[in-house]
Design a protein around this ligand. Structure first.
Ligand SMILES: Nc1ncnc2c1ncn2[C@@H]1O[C@H](COP(=O)(O)OP(=O)(O)O)[C@@H](O)[C@H]1O
Ligand SMILES: [Mg+2]
Length: 445
């Protein structure tokens, strides 16, 4: 893993390096341009002299050595020549605008050379004057000014670069310190915050990015807090639900101890009640365990016959709720699903229809739609629910106003289980209900 400061420094040095390379490249291009331009001027001036000395004014050669011809004619006619120095020599005569041996010793090979590392450009050539006299003509173009300018530019650039490096080093250090400070705050938050200490994060942030991280931390912690609260509520409700049967069992044991030995009626009643409560508790614990299993319910899909399962459930409910009539026409329908989960789903839904049917018959229909999906509808004409009540039925331990179902046993966990199975098996389940009119549950497998 890379550290922030190292990465930042690396990118910074890459930027500086590219900057230097770019500068060097532009210096080379401009330098080459300046030299090329001057080379062209030298050539141009030399051709001019070649023509003038060789053809036009060859007979005036002596005047060249006095300098008159150079100053009055040549330099006025050719603008490039004005800024150049000229040395013209024959065997015994010389006209020279430049002192120094290095200029005099140039070989007249008609090639442009540089002296003192491009301080001068020189071009030397032998020119035949009109009377057959051979003259050595040397042209010197000084690049001193240009070179001086270049050196100045390089000096200014280097100074600027050093200043920039120093300032940005300080800037980077300052910036890194700020980031480190913010990261320390975040690290502290991680270490000090737990589910019992959620609300105390509000660090001062200079950077919007950190502010956003803190905000998302806060949101995450709030979510965790809510989940935690729900978990606590669940445990409280579960303990409360379990306390009731234990309390009742305790009561009956007490009764048996006191009167059970002599009174057979009391003994029988107590034993039956204890048995009931144990059943009740076992069921509750099974439900709690199913809900508590977090997404790790095993699903084993296979072909199952739906009517068979419904008949099996109904036969059990016939014993528990003998007064309620359930109408169902079994039809041979196969679905691909998990048998255990489908049984649990239907058991809860059919039991609710029976429990809250207010004594009216319950109807169960099995159909298939145009897409060949199996549709199961469970309809009761019982106490029903209004919209507000319906919105809560999937909540753990929720029961519609206790006074209404005072005599109907339940823990408010059945629909929570239904919801979980619906999600696991991706079943389409809709509930329509009207208060005092009844409830219709439609399941599409
Ligand atoms: N078919 C129904 N008709 C009327 N109310 C219902 C029906 N099904 C569920 N409910 C309401 O939803 C609540 C939650 O249902 P459920 O989770 O199965 O809990 P329980 O049946 O143990 O009370 C029930 O207490 C009841 O008030
Ligand atoms: Mg129920």
């Amino acid at each position: 893993m890379k550290s922030l400061s190292k990465s930042l420094k690396k990118s910074y040095f890459i930027i500086i390096l590219s900057f230097i390379l770019l500068f060097i490249a532009s210096l080379i291009v401009t330098g080459k341009y300046v030299i090329d331009i001057n080379k062209i001027k030298l050539r141009d001036a030399m051709s001019f002299l070649d023509y003038e000395i060789g053809y036009e004014k060859g007979d005036k050669t002596p005047e060249i050595f006095t300098g008159n011809l150079v100053k009055t004619d040549f330099k006025k006619e050719n603008i490039s020549l004005k800024n150049m120095d000229l040395i013209i020599s024959s065997k015994n005569q010389e006209y020279s605008e430049r002192k120094g041996e290095i200029f005099r010793n140039i070989t007249p090979d008609n090639k442009i050379k540089d002296l003192d590392i491009y301080e001068y450009l020189v071009l030397s050539k032998k020119i035949k004057a009109n009377q057959g006299k051979i003259l050595k003509v040397t042209l010197i173009k000084s690049l001193k000014k240009e070179k001086y300018l270049f050196i100045k530019i390089i000096e200014i650039f280097c100074a600027g670069l050093i200043v920039t490096i120093i300032i940005s080093m300080i800037g980077i250090k300052y910036f890194l310190n700020k980031i480190k400070y913010q990261l320390n705050i975040l690290e502290n938050i991680n270490e000090t915050i737990d589910l019992n200490n959620l609300k105390s994060i509000k660090p001062k942030n200079q950077f919007i990015e950190f502010e956003n991280i803190c905000l998302s931390y806060e949101k995450m912690l709030q979510r965790l807090d809510e989940q935690n609260q729900k978990q606590i509520e669940f445990v409280n409700n579960a303990s409360h639900e379990l306390k009731t049967p234990i309390f009742i069992i305790g009561g009956y044991i007490d009764m048996m101890k006191r009167w059970g030995k002599n009174n057979k009626e009391i003994l029988d009643e107590s034993i039956n009640s204890v048995e009931d409560e144990v059943k009740n508790m076992t069921e509750l614990i099974e439900k709690l365990l199913f809900i508590a299993k977090n997404k790790e319910v095993k699903v084993e899909k296979k072909e199952i016959e739906l009517s068979e399962i419904i008949m099996e459930i109904l036969s059990k409910f016939k014993i528990i709720y003998p007064k309620i009539k359930v109408n169902f026409n079994p039809e041979y329908v196969l679905i691909e699903s998990d048998e255990g989960l489908v049984k649990l789903l239907l058991k809860n839904l059919i039991e609710n229809a029976i429990k809250y049917s207010n004594g009216n018959p319950v109807n169960i229909y099995l159909n298939q739609n145009e897409n060949n999906n199996v549709i199961l509808t469970i309809i009761d004409k019982g106490i029903g629910m209004d919209i507000a009540e319906q919105s809560h039925i999937f909540d753990r331990f929720y029961r519609v106003s206790k006074s209404r179902n005072k005599n109907i046993k339940g823990h408010g966990l059945g629909m929570t289980i239904v919801k979980k199975i619906k999600e696991i098996l991706s079943i389409d389940l809709t509930i329509e209900s009207k208060k005092n009119q009844g409830t219709k549950v439609k399941i599409i497998f």
